[in-house]
Design a protein around this ligand. Structure first.
Ligand code: SME
Length: 163
C-alpha cells in the first residue's frame, strides 16, 4: 500500500520536497512511461489542494507539433492539442512554464473542464526537445504561484528520463 498524502496545510517548500521524493520512489526503478505518468498524476492529485485536473499531455509520435492526452486525474479531457493552441500548446511550443492566473484572459485557452479558472503547465524537456507537459488546473483564480512552478519544474526535470 502507498500512502503519500501530506498533512493538510503543509507549506509549499516541504510539500514539493515530499512530492519529489514520493515521485522519485515510485518511478526510480520503473521503465514504463505510462505507469510512471499515471502514478505521478495520482500523486499530484493527492498532494495538491484545490485542483480539478492533474496530468500529462505527450508530444505526438506521429504528428509534428501536436500534443496527445496522457495519464491524468480529473474529468475526461481534450485528446489532441496543436502546439499553436491553448496553455498546453504554448508550453510545448516555447519550452517555457505557463503560469496563468485567469484562463479566460489567456488567448486561445482550451476549456476542457468549465470549472477551470487558473492553470500551471510545465514542459518536460529531454535532449532539448519537449516530450510532454505537466498540466495542473484549479477551479480557483490565481491558485498557482512561482513556488508551485518551481516545484513542478523540479518534478519535470526528474521525470524527463523516466517517461
Ligand atoms: N486548458 C488546457 C487544455 C487541457 S485541459 O485543461 C485538461 C489548455 O488550454 O491548453
Amino acid at each position: 500500500m502507498y500512502d503519500f498524502r501530506p498533512a493538510p496545510g503543509t507549506p509549499k517548500p516541504p510539500l514539493y520536497s515530499d512530492l519529489l521524493s514520493a515521485a522519485d520512489a515510485l518511478t526510480r526503478d520503473e521503465s514504463d512511461a505510462v505507469a510512471n505518468m499515471a502514478n505521478v498524476a495520482a500523486l499530484l492529485w493527492e498532494f495538491l489542494a484545490d485542483v480539478n485536473w492533474t496530468g500529462f499531455y505527450r508530444a505526438s509520435d506521429n504528428e509534428p507539433e501536436e500534443l496527445v492526452l496522457g495519464p491524468f486525474m480529473g474529468r475526461p479531457a481534450c485528446i489532441r492539442i496543436p502546439f499553436a493552441q491553448g496553455v498546453c500548446g504554448a508550453a510545448a511550443k516555447t519550452g517555457k512554464t505557463q503560469l496563468v492566473a485567469d484562463v479566460h484572459a489567456f488567448p486561445g485557452h482550451i476549456a476542457c473542464d468549465g470549472d477551470t479558472q487558473s492553470e500551471l503547465v510545465v514542459p518536460v524537456i529531454r535532449d532539448g526537445r519537449v516530450i510532454a507537459v505537466i498540466d495542473l488546473d484549479s477551479p480557483s483564480k490565481a491558485r498557482f504561484d512561482e513556488e508551485d512552478a518551481a516545484g513542478i519544474e523540479a518534478l519535470a526535470a526528474m521525470l524527463a528520463g523516466r517517461i
